[in-house]
Design a protein around this ligand. Structure first.
Ligand code: IDP
Ligand code: MG
Length: 137
């Protein structure tokens, strides 16, 4: 089943020069296509929409500040089971718990700065793609 997902390479990934490494892991998956890609700074409104489900949690304010601390790379990736697939490449939220071989497991240490966001379901993907790439059909 072909799907579309939103991926954000977070400001830590950009600052550390890891965007090429992470994008190449996505590109190596057979048949997946990057159909949009942009380096951009995220404003408060975008971040509040994107992370609305976490509003009120203790990590919310520092998360939003971190996500606004430098540019991110926003991508649209399309392909077979890409929503589940990019989440698998990323690994679980806590990079110390994430297996070596996953993006978070290979490069992350602290939970907030875990390098990558990827939509977690078809509903999230649809919602998030509208926020970041409203011109997409
Ligand atoms: P996910 O990115 O793996 O889907 P979510 O639970 O949706 O994880 O959390 C969104 C983001 O918020 C995480 O990727 C991470 O950057 C940050 N975050 C989540 N839980 C914590 C926490 O307990 N402490 C600090 N940051 C957190
Ligand atoms: Mg999430």
């Amino acid at each position: 089943m072909s799907q579309r997902t939103l991926v954000l390479l977070k400001p830590d990934a950009v600052r550390r020069g890891l965007t090429g490494e992470i994008i190449s892991r996505i590109e190596r998956k057979a048949g997946w296509q990057i159909t949009a890609l942009e380096l951009r700074n995220l404003d408060q409104e975008t971040l509040e929409l994107h992370y609305g489900e976490h509003k009120g949690k203790p990590f919310y304010e520092p998360l939003v500040a971190f996500m606004a601390s430098g540019p991110v790379v926003a991508l649209v990736v399309e392909g077979e089971r890409v929503i589940e697939g990019v989440r698998a490449l990323a690994g679980p939220t806590d990079p110390i718990a994430a297996a070596p071989g996953s993006i978070r497991g290979d490069f992350g240490v602290i939970v907030r700065e875990n390098l990558i966001h990827a939509s977690d379901s078809e509903e999230s993907a649809e919602r998030e793609l509208k926020i970041f790439f409203p011109g997409l059909t």
